[in-house]
Design a protein. Sequence first.
Length: 134
Amino acid sequence: QARYTTNYNGGRREHIADAGIYGKWTPIIDALTDFKSLRILPYAKGGISVCIAVLPGDVNSSGGNVTTYGVGPAFGSGLMFLVKKYIYFGFDVQEELLNFNTVTQTVSGVPNTTVYRGGFKPQFSAVGVIGVHY
């Protein structure tokens, strides 16, 4: 799974890319699949996620943008509805437990000034899903 977002922030643009690889477990429960044209499929997933961000640096520094990254485990769950064997829709929630690096810049002549504090920063997401199963 991969995501990308960009935003205009304080007169400068930020870019954030996130990717993860997961193992997914879907229990097949008779009571949820015993319909003529609908299958309800709950699932749980776990894996590893990586986030890379290019963010605006300090306005008083000589550099414009800084890059930070985070890596960590991720887990989630969701519910899919499979209609007529081919069309599915549903929702997915996940939590990424990312540990980011600290970013420093030279600001107003002072070297190694922290502009983004690193550390543990969990990232939650909830998305709707639609697709074709074949």
